[in-house]
Ligand binder design. Structure first.
Ligand code: ADP
Ligand code: MG
Ligand code: MG
Length: 339
């Protein structure tokens, strides 16, 4: 008997377009003899689009305005076996949609409210992982109110970290709103940008040397498995939006050419982080490997990583022998198992 799947895509975050790309891949990969898939695109205004407009949005890569209100759609989603919320960033990957689906009693792919919310927020993630004994760069939190009322205090905490440093909205992805700040003269612009996107901003020390960027896929619920380790290489100063989404700007190396022991450590740390954050289903755990010092620092955990057929997460499991469509089917299984 075919499983009925509601595929949610688009959404209200800065990663709306990225989500539509992932959704097109997933739609093409779910075997029609096993799955009956209904895609619903959520517009940037948070409206859930009816089928014809959803089709149009998927084809055009942009959602028109209008459409149903969220709760109405959720209520009518009762007939689905599972929901695949391929949504990145706030209002999708952060526990909000997961809460809605939990209330509606519908199984869904990926982490629940807790794992999604904590992993979305880079500060909360760092706090939880620090208490799990996982090494990370030094960091500071700043909230918008501090920036407007006491900017000198925020500047002082940046100075304490030293330059260059990174300024990031705490709850975003795809490098949206992230700046590498080379000195105090670039700080205000970076903070203004980050605070225009989030109430919470994280300031992060840079690794001692330019790091190598390695990533691991985790798959499973309470007995998760780790994929081989992959590496990203690029010419840009850091892995910014352009580099991520412009064809040919970055290359993926699977497995990452790492010294003996480092890959095993990375995979072990990724599994430990997945458990500490109460993740479920899938996550891509990203690290900095500082070759000069041998340090492995956890950078972030993505509970709904990029999911096109050429994205890192599916490629990592493909290297482990799991095809894209088998991976998608496994994720649906894991969603049903968690019920
Ligand atoms: P996102 O969730 O948007 O992917 P990241 O925290 O992964 O945000 O940052 C994006 C990129 O910025 C990283 O892949 C890396 O290239 C660079 N970067 C971020 N933080 C640091 C840091 N502390 N030291 C060195 N590079 C960093
Ligand atoms: Mg991220
Ligand atoms: Mg990242």
């Amino acid at each position: 008997v075919k499983k009925r799947i509601l595929l949610l895509a688009g959404g209200q975050s800065g990663e709306h377009e990225v989500s539509l790309m992932s959704a097109r891949s997933v739609l093409a990969a779910l075997p029609p003899d096993q799955f009956d898939v209904t895609p619903v695109v959520i517009s940037k205004e948070g409206r859930w689009l009816p089928p014809t407009q959803t089709q149009h949005a998927l084809e055009q890569g942009v959602a028109p305005s209008g459409g149903d209100l969220v709760l109405h759609r959720a209520a009518s989603a009762e007939g689905y076996d599972a929901v695949f919320p391929i949504l990145h960033g706030p209002m999708g990957e952060d526990g909000t949609v997961q809460g809605l689906l939990t209330l509606a009693g519908i199984p869904f792919v990926g982490s629940g409210v807790l794992g999604s919310a904590v992993s979305m927020d880079k500060v909360m993630t760092k706090q939880v992982l620090a208490s799990a004994g996982i090494a990370q760069v030094a960091w500071r939190l700043a909230v918008r109110r501090e920036w407007t009322d006491r900017p000198e205090a925020v500047r002082a905490s940046a100075d304490a970290l030293g330059y260059p440093l990174f300024v990031k909205p705490a709850n975003l992805g795809s490098s949206v709103g992230i700046s590498k700040v080379h000195g105090p003269d670039e700080l205000d612009t970076a903070l203004t940008l980050a605070f225009s996107l989030d109430r919470r901003v994280i300031l992060e020390a840079m690794t001692t040397h330019r790091p190598r960027e390695v990533e691991v896929g985790i798959l499973g619920n309470d007995a998760p498995i780790a994929s081989p380790v992959g590496e990203l290489r690029f010419g840009a100063e850091f892995y910014d939006y352009e580099t991520k989404y412009t064809e040919g700007r970055a290359t993926m190396h699977i497995p990452a050419p790492l010294p003996e022991g480092v890959a095993a450590r990375v995979r072990e740390l990724a599994l430990r982080a997945f458990r500490a954050l109460d993740c479920a289903g899938l996550a891509r755990v990203d690290f900095f490997y500082v070759e000069e010092t041998g340090e492995v620092l956890l950078n972030e955990v993505n509970t709904m990583p990029g999911f096109t057929t050429t994205s890192m997460y599916p490629k990592l499991f493909e290297a482990a022998g799991l095809s894209y469509s088998a991976l998608v089917a496994r994720l649906v299984e894991l969603a049903l198992e968690r019920r």
